[in-house]
Design a protein around this ligand. Structure first.
Ligand SMILES: [Mg+2]
Length: 254
């Protein structure tokens, strides 16, 4: 039973909000494809069999640079530069001058975009929500222009349109205002709205604090490790439903 526990009151659900990266879209695989391409050119000393370690380092983001970006403390390119520099330091790559970094970044973005695909359970689950009469949308800390293209190429733009992003709204998840703004745009009250995302701290707990029904999507093999809060028992104790795939979601609204 994918629920937070027997003491969680059942609520009438009228809307479902989705995180995009690693929730609807298999961003982890796209990261892997992009890192493989840049590593072949810029980290020639790293053998392909070590590319999974590169991916783990990238996703763990132990410097928490991406979170600093979502708090507005550094720009998007600044966080990218910090993470690339860290990757080169950890894997004994050559330090990058500004021009080389910009080539790295361009190559990475091109490969990343080519690799965007939706998870198999994404379109069926959003479609099921709409057939059940629920309103659906998405929110994201990533840049709106990129996310709209990502939704379009994966067939999700008409199903879970982007409502709020960091650059259009000004602050990012887990700030409660982001979730409340998404509910306002969806036209549902927070307590009538499910929010599902793959990061317990940023998504599940953030949504729960804002008064939504927070759901943590703990896909097999999807955890980041490092400093991230990824304790399913702690999540359930806080009333956050933990599911291992989007196919478990309809049980939470029916
Ligand atoms: Mg995500």
């Amino acid at each position: 039973m994918p629920d937070g526990g027997a003491d969680v009151p059942r609520r009438v659900i009228r809307g479902v909000l989705f995180d995009i990266d690693d929730t609807l879209v298999d961003t982890r695989s796209a990261f892997a494809a992009a890192l493989g391409e840049v590593a072949a050119e810029f980290l020639p000393g790293v053998p392909p069999e070590d590319y999974p370690r590169l991916l783990a380092t990238w996703r763990a983001d132990t410097g928490r640079y991406y979170q600093a970006f979502t708090r507005g403390e550094i720009g998007h390119l600044d966080q990218r530069r910090a993470r690339v520099d860290q990757l080169h330091e950890v894997y004994d790559g050559p330090p990058l001058d500004d021009a080389t970094f910009l080539r790295w970044n361009e190559r990475y973005d091109e490969a990343f975009e080519r690799a965007w695909t939706a998870f198999d359970d994404a379109v069926p689950t959003v479609t099921a929500a709409r057939r059940a009469g629920l309103r659906t949308g998405s929110l994201s800390n990533a840049l709106a222009a990129m996310q709209r293209v990502k939704l379009a190429v994966t067939g999700l733009d008409g199903l879970a349109p982007l409502l709020v992003s960091l650059d259009t709204f000004g602050v990012g998840k887990p700030d409660s205002r982001v979730f409340l703004e998404a509910c306002r745009m969806l036209g549902t009250a927070p307590e009538e709205t499910i929010y599902v995302g793959d990061e317990l701290d940023t998504d599940g707990r953030g949504a729960q604090r804002a008064g939504l029904r927070g759901v943590w999507l703990d896909r097999p093999g999807g955890r980041r490790g490092g400093p991230h809060d990824e304790d399913p028992d702690g999540a359930a104790a806080g009333g956050i439903a933990v599911i291992s795939g989007l196919g478990d979601l309809p049980a939470l609204w029916s």
